[in-house]
Ligand binder design. Structure first.
Ligand code: FAD
Length: 116
């Protein structure tokens, strides 16, 4: 049996990273200051530079060149990030996620109380 303190493989790293990124977007200020918006934009540039999966990072850099971060409001950022994740989902043949539900998935929990 594999021990529990091994380096993350590509999928483990991906799942943990998406969890962090979507949570960050769902808790981003509703109305960020100009400086916060600029910093969030920089965050994704740096993220794309250092994400420790080279083929993932190369494609992500291309994707955000075509679709730059939308950092003016929380909802715009969460939707933009959801769309970036869906681009990866499509590339990998995974189901596309309904971006209208992104705050339920990553912040509020489902309306039926199943996360309470
Ligand atoms: P994940 O895709 O990790 O998703 C975790 C959970 O997020 C899902 O269970 C679902 O509840 C939720 N979710 C799914 N889609 C969305 C969405 N659009 N918005 C919000 N929530 C959603 N792997 C590769 O093999 N090749 C790559 O090029 C590649 N590029 C990547 C680039 C980045 C920036 C990141 C962070 C990861 C990348 N990965 C890549 C990893 C890949 O995206 C998955 O994380 C990995 O395949 C594990 O998939 P999973 O089925 O566990 O679900």
């Amino acid at each position: 049996e594999k021990r529990k303190d091994c380096p993350l493989d590509k999928d483990e790293l991906g799942t943990s990273t998406w969890g962090f990124l979507h949570s960050m977007a769902s808790y981003y200020p509703e109305k960020p200051t100009t400086s916060q918006a600029k910093d969030m934009d920089k965050f994704f540039t740096l993220f794309g530079e250092f994400y420790p999966c080279e083929p993932c990072a190369i494609d992500f850099r291309e994707d955000i060149k075509a679709h730059p971060p939308k950092t003016k409001t929380r909802d715009e950022l969460a939707k933009w990030l959801c769309e970036r994740h869906n681009t990866v989902n499509k590339k990998l043949g995974k189901p596309v996620f309904d971006c209208s539900k992104v705050h339920e998935r990553w912040r509020d929990g489902w309306p039926d109380g199943s996360c309470d």
